[in-house]
Design a protein around this ligand. Structure first.
Ligand code: DX5
Ligand code: ZN
Length: 221
């Protein structure tokens, strides 16, 4: 199934609860939550208190994207405050397998994310262990950037890598996805789509419906 995960980084935090409801009511299945520490990426977004607050107003699947150095320091805490999927960056830790095992030990789904310059091959040792691979389609750190065209081949390569092993691991894409280019990522094999500006810029309900409409068009060919 194709899944839409709107990124709240592009939301208006003054009315965040209301905007999340709008996205959820229009049919978004996940909520993408970008945590940035100012070290692994240049910017700082938000942290645990924010995640706890929104957990109280929504039952949607929390898809937490940790753009933080040494994510192993915070796995338990994000699990406790309501993350359902915890995705960390391969580049940010020396102990990816341990991180995956700890996420699983807490009953959560584990994702590994790779930046545009990290070869897809680098995640091969973890195929079969992770629930989701996040192929970044922009340099992580900021919303509102343009999709990097070379990402398409990387998504294909990842889909082939999983297929060769008989795995149908989720492949998530994040960065610069719009209703006009999403078919490119879907055709290449992505099935979990993050979109920030394309969802929270303008009428959220309409934007979600349009994106789900693009998914449907892709599925029926
Ligand atoms: C970027 C974040 C993204 C970002 C996407 O580092 O990981 O999730 O919010 O925003 P758009 O869809 O605007 O590129
Ligand atoms: Zn993200």
């Amino acid at each position: 199934m194709l899944i839409l995960s709107p990124s709240i980084l592009a939301a208006d935090f003054a009315v965040l609860g209301k905007q999340i409801k709008e996205a959820e009511n229009a049919g978004a299945q996940y909520l993408h939550i970008d945590v940035m520490d100012g070290i692994f990426v240049p910017s700082i977004s938000f942290g645990m208190p924010m995640v706890s607050s929104i957990r109280r107003v929504s039952d949607i699947v929390f898809d937490v994207h940790l753009m933080i150095d040494r994510p192993e320091r915070y796995i338990e805490e994000f699990a406790r405050i309501g993350a359902d999927i915890i995705t960390f960056h391969l580049e940010a830790t020396e102990r990816p397998l341990e991180v995956i095992d700890r996420i699983h030990g807490l009953g959560k789904r584990a994702g590994i994310s790779i930046k545009p310059a990290t070869p897809v091959e680098a995640v091969r040792p973890f195929a079969g262990r992770m629930d989701m691979l996040l192929v970044m389609t922009v340099e992580p750190g900021f919303g509102g950037q343009s999709y990097i065209p070379e990402s398409t081949e990387r998504i294909r390569q990842a889909r082939r890598m999983f297929a060769e092993r008989g795995l149908d691991t989720d492949i998530q894409v994040d960065g610069g996805i719009t209703v006009d280019n999403v078919h490119v990522a879907l055709e290449a094999g992505a099935n979990v789509i993050v979109a920030g500006s394309a969802i929270f810029g303008g009428d959220i309900g309409n934007n979600v419906r349009n994106m789900l409409g693009a998914f449907h068009k892709f599925e029926v060919g």
